[in-house]
Design a protein around this ligand. Structure first.
Ligand code: STR
Length: 417
């Protein structure tokens, strides 16, 4: 590894610190260690210390606590210069002004149009298009089988589908999709040298700014154009704010849904008895989606919030100026919330809908309904078209990408049957 950012390493990280592995070699082990480390655990992110919350109930409270803010200016380690743009995770926090980085009344102003555009009712209008994309990609899957019959479900299906959907929604031309996919892959990978990551973020900024200017000149019926237009009697968003929201939507809409679809397929193939129940119509696809969201969260850790005052959590205190991560993977495995068998995948689990994978409070995922619609179309379509779908390698051979915040597989080789 060439990335540990030791400059910011504190003198004493404390005995109970869980060091988050940038190579993600043992995600289940790390999730268990975080849970064991306490409700509020100390973590080390490439040399940078932070707190993380590992339990459902406590995360719920903290996500409603206005003393925690997204503004990086509230972070002591940033203000003191201990954390800089040399830190490989800085792009997860310093992502420009958008609904992702602002709180309070300003946050509502930045977010309203997006959440209104993504309600279940509004999404019904784009369902036929998502179905069409899905069918096209199933054809592509069929055509992409190698001589041995093996095809990568990630590269050919799970990855392009969310890109097409969010591209259509935001008005990003298809000719740009493959490039964006490569750029986000490099952005998230901890193997990308930091200067390259900063350069590609700058390129993305240019691309999105050009797109916003084009939509300002010639508005169409996409969400980017809607974000540019002022609300009746309201203040329009600035160019920077529209660009920030657009970046956040494309990054989030693309990256997380890949995980949801692939993790669901993987879980079903590893639990054939449960797959049988779903295919027989005894349990709905919605149950598969919710249990996958809980058990194998697309987002492992969400960076970051900062305390504007001392906040007491049990026996610990998050000091003013310290950072808090929300460890959604550990939260999904919370025994108090889901029972002693929280580590088991079970689509009939009574608490399967009571997960917190989309967050909670003002920043709750505005794309939650969209991702459910996408997965709700993609999964049944895939298993209807290829009922004999199976993994081409043993499950243990599926590897994860070196991505610290997202749950990302390298590839998912399957045989279509
Ligand atoms: C990636 C880089 C960028 O340009 C903008 C953003 C803002 C939204 C972030 C995104 C980031 C990373 C993935 C996030 C997304 C919001 C939801 C998604 C954190 C930092 C999740 O994984 C939940």
């Amino acid at each position: 590894m060439n990335c540990p950012h030791t400059a910011a390493a504190p003198a004493d990280r404390g005995a109970g610190t869980v060091v988050i592995d940038p190579m993600v070699q043992d995600l289940d082990g790390e999730t268990a260690r975080l849970r064991d480390a306490g409700v509020l655990a100390r973590i080390d992110l490439l040399g940078v210390p932070a707190w993380t919350v590992t339990r459902h109930a406590e995360a719920r409270r903290l996500l409603l606590d206005a003393r925690l803010v997204k503004d990086i200016g509230a972070w002591d380690l940033w203000r003191s210069g201990a954390v800089t743009h040399a830190w490989p995770l800085i792009g997860m926090i310093d992502a420009g002004r958008s609904m992702f980085t602002v709180d309070g009344a300003e946050h509502r102003r930045l977010r309203t149009k997006t959440s209104q555009a993504l309600t279940p009712r509004r999404l019904e209008a784009i369902r036929p298009e998502i179905e069409k994309f899905t069918q096209e990609l199933l054809d592509a899957l069929d055509a992409a089988q190698g001589d041995d019959g093996v095809v990568d479900l990630k590269a050919v299906f799970a990855q392009p589908l969310p890109m097409r959907v969010v591209g259509m929604l935001m008005g990003v031309d298809e000719s740009r999709h493959a490039m964006l996919t490569r750029q986000y892959k490099a952005f998230f990978s901890m193997l990308t040298p930091q200067d390259e990551r900063l350069a590609l973020l700058a390129e993305l900024d240019v691309f999105y700014t050009d797109l916003v200017r084009e939509k300002t000149a010639r508005p169409t019926d996409d969400l980017t154009s809607a974000l540019i237009l002022a609300e009746e009697g309201g203040e329009p968003l600035t160019e920077e704010e529209v660009v920030g929201n657009l970046k956040a939507m494309v990054a989030a809409g693309h990256e997380t849904t890949i995980g949801l679809v692939l993790n669901a397929v993987r879980a079903l193939l590893a639990h054939p008895d449960q797959l049988r129940k779903v295919l027989a119509g005894e349990v709905g696809w919605d149950a598969v989606i919710e249990e996958t969201l809980r058990w194998d969260t697309p987002t492992t850790h969400l960076l970051m919030r900062f305390a504007t005052e001392d906040i007491t959590v049990g026996d610990e205190v998050i000091r003013k100026g310290e950072g808090l991560v929300v460890s959604y993977r550990a939260i999904g495995r919370d025994i108090e919330q889901h029972g002693a068998d929280a580590d088991a995948f079970d689509i009939t689990r009574p608490t399967r809908n009571r997960h917190m994978t989309f967050g909670h409070g003002p920043h709750i995922c505005p794309g939650a309904a969209l991702s459910r619609v996408e997965a709700g179309i993609a999964l049944p379509a895939l298993f209807t078209r290829f009922p004999g779908l199976r993994l081409a390698v043993p499950d243990e051979e599926i590897t994860r990408l070196p991505v610290m915040t997202q749950n990302d597989m390298t590839a998912f080789p399957v045989l279509l049957g």
